[in-house]
Design a protein around this ligand. Structure first.
Ligand code: UFG
Length: 338
């Protein structure tokens, strides 16, 4: 297929690019490089004969996107172009509604202009807000508690309306906590600034930061720290490929993508100490605003409907691949390649 990957220079987008190239798809990457890295796209094609076309541009540029979709005869869009930080979205909601909502709306308009009828949209567990029951299934009420989650939910609604009115086919994938890297270590996670738990612990293990802070030790959980559902980025991308295959114009589905098991912040820190063999200084701090105590997915729907299976269910494998990448990334041109 001819596929446009919006946000293909970012952490998750670059992993999708690599898998699509390996599957012999013709890939066009659209990215404004506000968060992603050119080196991530180059590295995504590492040792592959199949190379992507790169267009530097913004999803909000409806004319540009329409032109690219038509020129490259795009049949499907994978949309990873979003800001993802909950705390930042509370302080600066305009940034989130501008990009995540308005940008996605422009992308949808461009898809309609160019008659592209298949979309895989990266959504988030943040659309659920504080869960009323665990594990979270797709039928749980969506009551987001921050602008990030709200911006994603609004786009979900618009996509569904485009499906009903204009025959768009879609898969909406609600991610839980994505982590890890390609097993061969060519691309991985490198946000700037880094806010996610596993890469922050690994920075401390590598001596690139002094310590890791635990945000909140008084939650109603096994050890007082927040519980999250960590899913390997490669398994997450497998979910995208399965969902893409099933999309039909005029039909839409929503799937959770999580590992269906939860680990506390302390358990994740201990796994990192074990895998890296490094001492890590741990500080206990106050709660971070907007953090639910526990988030664990039910991914039964995608398992049962699409036959999704995880290759890397173990937290230690996720940490190992992230650590392999972390140690290697400083040797890449431009340093940050994911
Ligand atoms: N945490 C710490 N110390 C840190 C960083 C994080 O204790 O230095 C804690 C957080 O408070 C939270 C847990 O580790 O309890 C995980 O935090 P992350 O920032 O890694 O991830 P989030 O759960 O906040 O959010 C991630 C994505 C969101 C997505 C959400 C869905 O960033 O985009 O998962 O579960 F919506």
């Amino acid at each position: 297929m001819n596929i446009l990957v919006a946000g293909g220079a970012g952490y998750i987008g670059s992993h999708a690019v690599r898998r699509l190239l390996k599957g012999n798809h013709k890939v066009t990457v659209l990215d404004n490089l506000s968060k992603g890295y050119l080196a991530a796209i180059e590295s995504a094609a590492f040792e592959l004969n199949n190379k992507p076309r790169f267009v530097q541009g913004d999803i909000a540029d409806e004319n540009l996107v329409t032109q690219v979709l038509m020129e490259d005869q795009i049949e499907a869009v994978l949309h990873f172009s979003a800001f993802i930080e909950v705390g930042e979205s509370i302080d600066n909601p305009e940034k989130y509604y501008q990009n995540n909502l308005m940008g996605s709306f422009a992308l949808l308009k461009a898809m309609k202009n160019a008659e592209v009828q298949k979309l895989v949209f990266s959504s988030t567990a943040a659309v659920y807000g504080n869960p009323t029951s665990i594990p979270l299934s797709e039928n749980n009420a969506c009551l987001p508690i921050n602008p990030y989650g709200k911006s994603k939910l609004m786009v979900e609604w618009i996509i569904d309306d485009y499906c009903k009115a204009y025959n768009l086919g879609y898969a909406i994938l609600r991610y839980f906590n994505v982590a890890g890297a390609t097993p061969e270590g060519v691309i991985g996670e490198a946000h700037d600034p880094e806010s996610h738990l596993i890469p922050r612990i690994l920075l401390a293990a590598a001596g690139q930061s002094e310590s890791i802070s635990i945000f909140g030790t008084d939650y109603p959980t096994v050890d007082g720290t927040c519980i999250r559902d960590y899913i390997h980025v490669e398994d997450l991308i497998e979910g995208h490929l399965l969902a893409l295959k099933k999309i039909q114009p005029g039909q839409g589905s929503i799937y959770n993508l999580g590992s269906e098991s939860g680990f506390s912040v302390r358990q994740v820190i201990n796994a990192c100490i074990k895998i890296t063999g490094k001492p890590i200084t741990v500080l206990e701090q106050a709660r971070r605003p907007g953090d639910p105590a526990t988030l664990i997915a039910s991914s039964a729907k995608i398992r049962e409907e699409l036959g999704w299976k995880r290759r890397f269910p173990e937290l230690e494998k996720i940490v190992l691949h992230a650590w392999n990448w972390h140690q290697r990334k400083t040797t890449f041109p431009g340093k940050s390649a994911g």
